[in-house]
Write a protein that binds this ligand. Structure first.
Ligand code: GLC
Ligand code: MG
Length: 245
């Protein structure tokens, strides 16, 4: 066992198979005590929605919690990293985004808890996803710096162009002082692509969504492992593949 930084998505990556999660939690607890392994969660959920999940499933306390698709970073005690929000805010105009999205009746706003300072989120049916290029063009034409991330054929996140799961990973990797070849990112859907675009080792779950698997095949890399196993068992498989367990 060696030292490494594990950055993992939650829904359908760490969470989804309770038995495999219990085994992984046990291994990680040992690794953290003996080898100084660090654990970071990177989720699309808000802090509130994360707290709901952690009341339903046994999750280890992470060293850092990245929420809202990388737009917010929390340290133990739910201390928000204000400097991350500030540095990610340049060029962002939330009101303009909301006004433009109101022109598209196909966009159904997600619950209030998921609407964040640097994130505006909707439900969008796969059959209506053809509106995305037009929506993106309208946003760009207004000079607003934003990125659109469509995941699992249902969730549309519009984020500040400076904050996503990948940028947050790069930032936290430096805060915690881990090299890319000691960092391992795990995910299963579209909002995790940004993680794998960073310099890092990566594990894609065997149960990953088509948008991520397609991206992986177009962007092959020896630093990325497409697991056969699902959810926490896929993470275990990846940690073994890279020689960390
Ligand atoms: C989580 C968030 C939601 C987001 C989705 C995909 O479900 O709660 O707001 O759209 O992840 O990123
Ligand atoms: Mg997921």
């Amino acid at each position: 066992m060696t030292q490494f930084l594990l950055v993992t998505d939650l829904d359908n990556t760490l969470v989804g198979d309770d038995r495999a999660l219990a085994i992984l939690n046990q291994r990680l607890t040992q690794c953290r005590q003996v080898n100084g392994v660090k654990l970071v969660y990177s989720t699309g959920r808000s802090l509130t929605s994360y707290q709901q999940l952690s009341s339903e499933v046994t999750l280890l306390e992470p060293d850092v919690l990245i929420t809202a698709v990388g737009t917010e970073i929390y340290y133990p005690g739910n201390i928000l990293d204000q400097s991350w929000i500030e540095q990610s805010s340049a060029g962002w105009n939330r009101d303009a985004i909301v006004a433009i999205t109101q022109q598209f009746p196909q966009l159904v706003p997600q619950p209030k808890s998921e609407q964040r300072t640097l994130k505006v989120s909707f439900l969008l049916n796969a059959e209506d996803a053809h509106i995305l290029p037009e929506l993106e063009a309208k946003i760009k034409n207004q000079g607003v710096d934003a990125q659109l991330i469509y995941s699992s054929n249902q969730d549309l996140d519009i984020l500040s162009s400076r904050a996503n799961k990948g940028n947050a990973l790069a930032y936290i990797r430096q805060v915690l002082n881990f090299e890319p070849d000691r960092t391992i990112a795990c995910g299963d859907s579209g909002n995790d692509i940004a993680l794998f675009e960073q310099k890092t080792l990566g594990v894609i779950m065997g149960n990953a969504q088509p948008e991520l698997v397609q991206w992986h095949h177009k962007n092959q890399s020896d630093d990325r492992h497409l697991a056969k196993a699902h959810c926490a068992a896929g993470i275990l498989e990846g940690l073994q593949h890279f020689g960390f367990l």
